[in-house]
Design a protein around this ligand. Structure first.
Ligand code: FES
Length: 134
């Protein structure tokens, strides 16, 4: 049994060096819009919101995952939030136009992004020259 009707994990990850991330793509504005819309709809105690780290789709943010259905929303803009609150959280109809994609393709994309990120981190830690690191 879930303690809340819905639980939204909203990525607010910030990445250094101009790397794509939800924070740079307006995550805080969408989170602020969500808080305001949930308050207006009287759902602040029914929809629990947790800001979280990267969900693995950094170039498509801001991204959310909504439970209990496990709906992945990508590219959420503040102007999308009233529709999500009304359609998904009030009417129970997730907003298909913002879905991240089919589960198998979504998983493959996330795992490939993870592989690339780990490879980049490993490359950044390789010694250069006489034992000096980059
Ligand atoms: S920074 Fe949000 S999904 Fe990676």
């Amino acid at each position: 049994m879930e303690p809340f009707r819905y639980h939204v994990y909203a990525c607010t990850q910030e990445k250094p060096g101009g790397k794509p991330c939800c924070n740079a793509r307006g995550a805080q504005a969408t989170l602020d819009a969500l808080s305001a819309e949930l308050g207006k709809a009287g759902l602040a105690d029914e929809v629990h919101v947790t800001a979280c780290g990267s969900l693995g789709l950094c170039e498509r943010g801001p991204n959310w995952v909504v439970y209990p259905e496990g709906v992945w929303y990508v590219g959420v803009k503040p102007e999308d939030v009233p529709e999500i609150v009304r359609e998904h959280f009030v009417e129970g109809r997730p907003v298909a136009r913002l879905f991240a994609g089919e589960p198998a393709a979504l998983k493959a994309e996330i795992l490939e992004n993870k592989r690339k990120a780990l490879a980049a981190m490993a490359a950044a830690q390789q010694p250069v020259g006489l034992g000096l690191k980059r």
